[in-house]
Design a protein around this ligand. Structure first.
Ligand SMILES: *Cc1c(COP(=O)(O)O)cnc(C)c1O
Length: 373
């Protein structure tokens, strides 16, 4: 019996040992006083959230974080008792799910906390929340003000709501702006603590801030990209390892005569007699369509440039200079770079975007294969 992943040559390989090692490195870097909220939104940055959750939990993270209720419900399905935090907004009409499934929710209004309190009381439960403070990003949360402080003090009076944490998010503009945001956040917390509002968890650092600004760790960090081995930092460094690779195998070979075009609109024409390999991956698998004439894959240890328009399910590469390519020859689309393969970092630069975008656009279609070293 074939396993599901073997039903297709184009596969995403997820190295669970690398994820485990990355968590260990993060924990060593942040120290025992700092809790780790592992961000696995967007299907675990392409890795498959439910599939990697057990590895993260075993590695000793304190909580899993997602962006949406749908993502939280998916994780609760497999792991009902493990803490799952929603970083985003959940509309009032869906709050009963938060209570029923014991999800931890981001909040920033007294009205919502009252609603949660009522629903929790009905269920004879306590619901946990973290308060979002807008220190400049202007995405979610309210700005520090006496009014917001008063609102938060009122939240603490709700019997069936446990205010577990307070957090903010950095815009990462530059050192000065980061410091301004951080100071604003700390001053607001101090003010709240003077009013008797105390928080178990205080957090502001994503992956980049975790490494570049150790003094922003507070007592919890929220790394996402870092777990998957992305090195997006500018000042600090820890040797995290890319956990994802993307592989495929040749479908067909074409001998293309000098002057002939290939693909839609014949946007690539052969400048010499060429050997062109058709590969069974395309933009529907999450390969950026704008990597035409920029991307390359590794076949038999050599670079094969992606040529012509990248189709939905297939693309063509030039293998004229690569010996021994046949149908079924394996190839690396994204790798860790050791074999000359394109890393997620390089793919993001060539595609004019960031690493998280490259990871999370990997679609549901390619089977994920989980490997341990
Ligand atoms: C996505 C997200 C993170 C993790 O971001 P990375 O850059 O992947 O580390 C942290 N905090 C919030 C609020 C987020 O939305």
């Amino acid at each position: 019996m074939m396993t599901k992943e073997d039903l297709r040559d184009t596969q995403i390989l997820v190295n669970l040992s690398a994820i485990k090692k990355n968590v260990k490195l993060i924990k060593e870097f942040t120290g025992p006083e700092v809790a780790v909220m592992a961000v696995i939104k967007a299907n675990g940055y392409g890795c498959g959230a439910a599939a990697i959750a057990p590895t993260l939990i075993e590695s000793g993270v304190n909580c899993l974080a997602v962006a949406t209720l749908t993502e939280a419900l998916e994780l609760k399905e497999v792991n009902p008792s493990y803490p799952v935090f929603i970083l985003g907004y959940t509309p009032d009409r869906l709050l009963h799910y938060i209570v029923e499934k014991d999800i931890i929710q981001t909040v920033f209004s007294l009205e919502q906390v009252k609603l949660l309190n009522d629903i929790a009381a009905e269920h004879q439960k306590t619901v946990k929340v973290h308060i979002k403070v807008d220190t400049g990003f202007h995405r979610l949360g309210k700005e520090p003000s006496p009014e917001y402080a008063e609102e938060i003090c009122q939240m603490f009076k709700m019997e069936n709501v446990q205010i577990e944490g307070i957090f903010s998010h950095l815009a990462l503009v530059n050192d000065e702006e980061n410091e301004k945001q951080f100071t604003l956040f700390c001053d607001f917390i101090k003010d709240l603590e003077n009013k008797g509002c105390h928080f178990k968890y205080k957090h502001i650092a994503d992956s980049i801030a975790t490494i570049d600004y150790p003094h922003y760790h507070m007592n919890m960090v929220r790394p996402g990209a870092l777990l998957y081995g992305m090195r997006g930092f500018h000042k600090g460094f820890i040797p995290v390892e890319q956990a994802i690779s993307f592989v495929t195998a040749v479908s067909q070979l074409h001998e293309v005569k000098k002057g002939e075009g290939i693909g839609y609109d014949y946007l690539w024409t052969a400048e010499r007699d060429s050997l062109v390999a058709t590969m069974p991956f395309g933009y529907a698998d999450g390969y950026p369509r704008n990597l035409r004439d920029k991307g390359y894959i590794i076949i038999n240890g050599k670079k094969a440039p992606v040529i012509g328009v990248i189709c939905m399910d297939q693309c063509m590469v030039d293998v004229t200079d690569i010996p021994d390519v046949t149908v079924g020859t394996q190839a690396v689309i994204y790798g860790n770079g050791d074999d000359g393969s394109m890393t997620i970092d390089e793919a993001s630069k060539l595609a004019g975007t960031n690493k998280n975008d490259i990871l999370c656009r990997l679609s549901a279609r390619p089977p994920r294969k989980y490997i341990t070293e």
